[in-house]
Structure formats: C-alpha cells, structure tokens
Design a protein around this ligand. Structure first.
Ligand SMILES: [Mn+2]
Length: 323
C-alpha cells in the first residue's frame, strides 16, 4: 500500500524546500505535535517550513504551540511561497477541512489511520502506529541523526500520550513505549505534558462534562452510553465546542459500557458524531456508513440535523447488542 519508506521520505525532504505542513481539521494533539515537530526539524536543517491548520488550536493544546492559536496559511510571511506540501495524521481529503481544495497538491502524507484514503503523491500509512507521531519520530530521528531537541521531544511525546490515552489504550505497543522512552531521554517533560493533557481543565470544559454526566442515557442494557449536546445546551450551560473534547471519555468510562456515542451540534447546525469502542466492535466501519471513519476503537462522522437521531439509532443497531 505504501509507496515510500522512511529512508525515501528523508531523501525527498532533504532535496526539497519551502514546506507547508498540514494538520487535520479540529486539530488534536497528535496532528499538532506531528506537524510542529516536523516544521521545527525542517528549520533545523536550514529549510523554510510553516504549519497550516484550518481551525484554531484548542485552548487546552496551546501549551504545544507557545500559546499561539492561529496557523492559517496566510499567517506565514508574505514572501513565503510554498513548494512542498505535507499532511500529517490526515486520513482523507475531507479531513483537510477548509483546505481540502489543496488536497491534490499534497506531495507527502504521513498517517496511521487504517481507513486512509490515498490522496497524496507519496504516502506512508502505518495503522500499527498508535499515533502519527510514531511515524514522524522515525523520519525526524533519521533526519537529525538521533539529535532530537527537547522541544521536538515534547511535541512528539504529547502526540503519543494523547493518541494512546496516556499509554492506556489497546493501540499502545512496545514500540510506542520504546519511542516514549527515547523522547524522555531527549528531555520530554512527561509529567508536565500529561498534566496538561489529562488533568488540567478549564472551568467551561468542566461545565461540559457536568452536563454530560447529568444527561447521559444508556441503551442495550447499559452496553451503550449516549449523549447529545445541542447549540442551545452549550449556550444554556456556558460552554463551547472545544470544551467538549473529553465528553466522550466521561460517558465511555461507565462500568459495563462497551460503546460510547456523542452527538454534538456544530455552529453550522450539522452534527458531529464521535464513537468509542472498548470491545471487538469496529466503530470505524459503522461510521463509514455515514461517510466517516477513524480507528477500530475511535471513529466519527458528520450528519445533518434532520438525520442525526436516525443515524444514532442506526449506530446502536449496527453494534448488534441484544437487550
Ligand atoms: Mn492520530
């Protein structure tokens, strides 16, 4: 499936310059960490490189971007003319969000989604990698001959820790732990990163979680937990979309729950459905029914307001649990 190796990628990167590195829309720690680690590495090699992110960095992840939140293409200097386009952790054209019209320009894609839709000229997709940052680590380690800086180590560590839920999810492998160990050796501040990722919460994020705890419903004898959050709920309880990133984790941790479903009304009125599976049910296949995707244990899709309730009913049915 892959048409390039880590070695081949390094040769390409060394031969080119003026890089634009794209995250996926609604950026998470894996895409941000992978993107910025690659940008800083290319700069260390004397090249020009800028991140490109169509959405704002969530406030909870600005510890990874020196507090900055806007990384639109226009934020790069006016005299910077991109000549080489890279995407990291982007599973499909659609995941480039408002930059999807640039999908055909992507020269190199690094990704770890099993559902990866090939859109780049060169691509390395490894679904065995717990995070895209694992793949990026191998590239960066080679480019820098092992001389990974502390800043880059922190970015990659945060990405790894986030996509593995703090090295707790089933996607965590011995390789993940070996890379994490290397990154700590290079100065990754693991305790501070994990506090930022998993413990520190804004008051508005706490309000979102309180809403979820109070309003979760259960199906199939408690094997499925479900929460729907509308725009009206967000206004009434004083929280925003980015405060809801941990809502799915709140409802999936209930004893007996195998599949968690979270439907969130977005500002444009459409619904983003997120799903998590803690059993053999592959939620990426179920979300694919609605044009979505992701991983076996974590996936999502977008639906219209008219179809959201029917979509959730179908997802529950597709899980195949008997009462
Ligand atoms: Mn990822």
């Amino acid at each position: 499936m892959n048409n390039i190796t880590v070695h081949g990628i390094c040769k390409h990167l060394l031969r080119n310059d003026h890089f634009l590195v794209f995250t996926h829309e609604n950026p998470d720690a894996d895409t941000i960490g992978s993107c910025f680690a690659l940008v800083y590495t290319l700069r260390l090699l004397g090249k020009k490189a800028y991140p490109a992110c169509c959405d704002r960095i969530p406030a909870s992840l600005t510890f990874m971007t020196d507090g900055e939140r806007e990384f639109h293409i226009e934020n790069a200097p006016a005299d910077f003319i991109p000549a080489y386009y890279i995407s990291v952790d982007v599973a499909s054209r659609a995941q480039l969000g408002s930059y999807r019209h640039l999908a055909d320009k992507i020269n190199l894609s690094l990704d770890h989604h099993a559902t990866h839709e090939i859109f780049a000229e060169l691509h390395l997709t490894d679904p065995r990698s717990a995070a895209c940052a694992e793949i990026v680590y191998h590239v960066i380690n080679r480019l820098l001959s092992g001389e990974i800086t502390q800043k880059i180590a922190c970015l990659l560590y945060a990405a790894l820790a986030a996509d593995t839920g703090g090295f707790r999810y089933a996607n965590t492998t011995p390789v993940t732990h070996k890379i994490a160990a290397k990154l700590i050796e290079k100065g990754a501040s693991h305790a501070e990163i994990c506090r930022n990722l998993f413990e520190c919460k804004t008051k508005t994020a706490l309000a979102a979680e309180a809403f979820a705890m109070a309003n979760v419903s259960y199906f199939c004898g408690g094997k499925i937990s479900y929460i729907k959050i509308t725009r009206a709920d967000k206004t009434a309880c004083g929280f925003e979309d980015e405060d809801t990133y941990d809502v799915i984790n709140v409802i999936r941790r209930v004893d007996g729950v195998k599949v968690a479903i979270f439907a969130r009304e977005k500002d444009d009125g459409s619904y983003k459905i997120s799903t998590r599976s803690a059993c053999e049910i592959d939620v990426s296949k179920i979300c694919a029914i609605f044009g979505g995707g992701g991983h076996a244990g974590a996936a999502g899709c977008s639906v219209t307001p008219e179809t959201v309730d029917a979509a959730v009913e179908r997802i529950i049915k597709e899980c195949g649990f008997h009462e």
